[in-house]
Design a protein around this ligand. Sequence first.
Ligand code: ZN
Length: 130
Amino acid sequence: MDWFRRMMPGRRGIDGLGWALLAGAAVSMALRRATGYRLFWTLAFVLLAVFFLRFFSRDAGRRYEENRRFMALWRPLARRFSSWADALRDARAHRRFRCPSCGQKVRVPRGKGKICITCPRCRAEFVRRT
Ligand SMILES: [Zn+2]
């Protein structure tokens, strides 16, 4: 997005809240197209208006404070999202089996064919298709 930053005669570039407003406007426009609700078009317009008002504002101190408050709300959410994404990636890349002798859950990479798994707890060996 370097071209965008260069093109905009902004005073400080785009902060986290600014990107969130842009993303929100883009999502609203996509929803407007997908659902046909005019409300989403209005929402996109409002988000863009707030974005540009902030972008061309001279009051950097207040904009900084807004962004700080927004990021304080956003960071814990973002962390939760990324841990969900990690869990999903992990579930796609691995299979879980239960050791037949002690019940220990064992995680092995997917797609390795038939492999012999050694239980990390009781050392029992069992063959599974991954
Ligand atoms: Zn075991």
